[in-house]
Structure formats: C-alpha cells, structure tokens
Design a protein around this ligand. Structure first.
Ligand code: ADP
Length: 272
C-alpha cells in the first residue's frame, strides 16, 4: 500500500503511559484528489469507551472507520491503535509508511460490522464465526468452536448456529456478523450503520446486542449511526462531524441536550 505521508518524523514511534488511548488519530489528513475528506483530524478513543460519530452525509464519518480498517491510505498524520502506529511502522527511530505485511498483522486488532453483513453464504452461522479464529489466528477447531458458540449465545443466535445465512432474517444475520467479528477478540470494534439496511421491526434486536456489549463488556467501540436516539442511549461520547473535522463533541447530554455550535443545532433539528 503506498503512502504519501510527508512528515512522519515528527510523530512518536509509540505512545506510552497510563493515559494512552486505545485509538488515536493524530493530524490525519485524507483526500481524494482535490477533495479533503479528513482535515487534520485529531481523535482519541479511550480503552473501553463507546464513541458515536454523527454528522451529515459526506462529512467523513465512514472514512474514519475505513482508515481504521486499513482500507484507505493516509495522506498525512498517523493513526495509533493500542499505542502502536497502525498506518506506519517504526524504522531507525522514526516512522515509515506501513507495508502490507504490517497492516495485515494489525488487522486482527480491529473488528468491524457494516451495513451489509457480508457473511459467507456457503457456511453456517457457526462456521462463519470459526473461520477467522482458525485461519487467521491459528486456533484449533475445538477452541474456535467453543469461542464461537459462546459468542453466538451472547448474541442470542445459538439455536440457529447450523443455519446458513439465507435462512436467517437480516437482524439475525447482523447478530451473527457481530459474533463473527467478536470471535477475533478485537481491541476495537467498529459499527458502520449496522441497522440502516434492516427492516424496522428487527432493528431492536441488533441495537440490543450492541447495548449489551456496551454495558457488560469493556470493549472500545466506534460507531457511525443515523439513529440519534440510539447514539444518545449508549455512547460515552458523541462526535459531530462536519467537513472532515470534529465540529463539536461531548457527552450525549451535551450534544443532544445543549449543542453549542450552530451547525450541530441545524443538523440535529433536521434529523429529529
Ligand atoms: P460520510 O460517511 O460522512 O457520509 P464518507 O466518509 O463516506 O462520508 O465520505 C466523505 C467524502 O469522501 C464524500 O464526499 C465522498 O463522496 C468522498 N469519498 C469517499 N470515498 C471516496 C473515493 N473512494 N473516491 C473519491 N471520493 C470519495
């Protein structure tokens, strides 16, 4: 993967100390040609924190997640996960752009669930969950099965473990997709509009699983959502994006109850 970072020397090769965030975007710039999508973005997510990203279409929300999934190159700045550079690798006391091998070795730290769940259609729910642990992490089939069954139980899908995705509803498929991502024991979970392709009557079963993860598991999570009520209920912090920057951020009570910036106020009054 090529990379055009201009000044990686000014960034630390590793973050240390008790206050090290689980995720750090430091001065991250991302553009497509003349279009700047992320504009010197600084964003820290603490270990165990649930951060929701809201904002108008085109404001860069999905790009934040895609960069964490290493699906996009970075133009400037550095992204760190668990204190170590994700987009770069240390070399001779400085940082150089990460190569594909480095990126591959870091991908297991990031779990992701998308709008379209992309389960393997020829595999059962259980096999879908076991695939990564066996083939990427090298677990034995027995270990992967135990872990996957535990997670299918957690998302309420254990009774359907031998079904293929085509036999499951959208909400059920999305719950399997969440279990599959968790089976890799990621350090960070990303949720991108996980409910927007679902029928209204099954949205609740997926949001309830995420709610349960937030309340019972110390996972670091970043979620892009258009469901303001959901973001308000479950987030520790809400970031309102506008034009590739964080226009305003705060607790759900601050952002939804008393937004300070005019753009935030306008956005929230339009979507409510
Ligand atoms: P959001 O998730 O807030 O709707 P995105 O992060 O998806 O916004 O996109 C931000 C901007 O980047 C949009 O203007 C979008 O059109 C543009 N964009 C995203 N991906 C590409 C790409 N591969 N090539 C060119 N422009 C892109």
């Amino acid at each position: 993967m090529s990379n055009t970072n201009t000044s990686p020397k000014t960034f630390p090769t590793e973050l240390a100390g008790d206050s090290t965030p689980m995720v750090r975007f430091q001065k991250v710039r991302k553009s497509y040609g003349a279009l700047t999508v992320l504009d010197d973005l600084d964003l820290d997510v603490a270990a165990g924190e649930m951060v929701s990203i809201i904002g108008p279409s085109g404001s860069g929300k999905t790009t934040v997640l895609r960069m964490l999934m290493t699906l996009e190159t970075i133009n400037e700045g550095v992204i760190y996960v668990d204190g170590k550079p994700l987009t770069h690798m240390p070399k001779g006391g400085t940082l150089v752009p990460a190569n594909e091998r480095h990126l591959r070795s870091r991908r297991a730290d990031i779990g992701m669930c998308f709008q379209h769940f992309n389960l393997f259609p020829h595999m059962t729910a259980l096999e879908n969950c076991m695939e990564g642990p066996v083939h990427v992490l090298g677990l034995s089939k027995a270990e992967a099965r135990d872990r996957s069954e535990e997670l299918l139980e957690l998302v309420g899908m254990i009774s359907k473990k031998d079904q293929h995705p085509s036999r499951l509803s959208g909400g059920q498929q999305q719950r399997v997709a969440i279990a599959r991502a968790l089976a890799m024991r990621p350090k960070v979970m990303l949720f991108d509009e996980v409910t927007s392709a679902l029928d209204p009557e099954v949205i609740g079963e997926v949001t309830n699983v995420i709610r349960q993860l937030v309340s019972e598991h110390q996972l670091t999570m970043l979620m892009v959502t258009h469901q303001m009520g959901f973001a308000r209920d479950i987030s520790d912090r809400v970031c309102f994006f506008y034009g590739g920057k964080i226009e305003e951020q705060g607790t759900p009570a601050e952002i939804f109850g008393d937004p300070q910036r005019e753009r935030t106020q306008q956005f929230l009054s339009a979507v409510r």
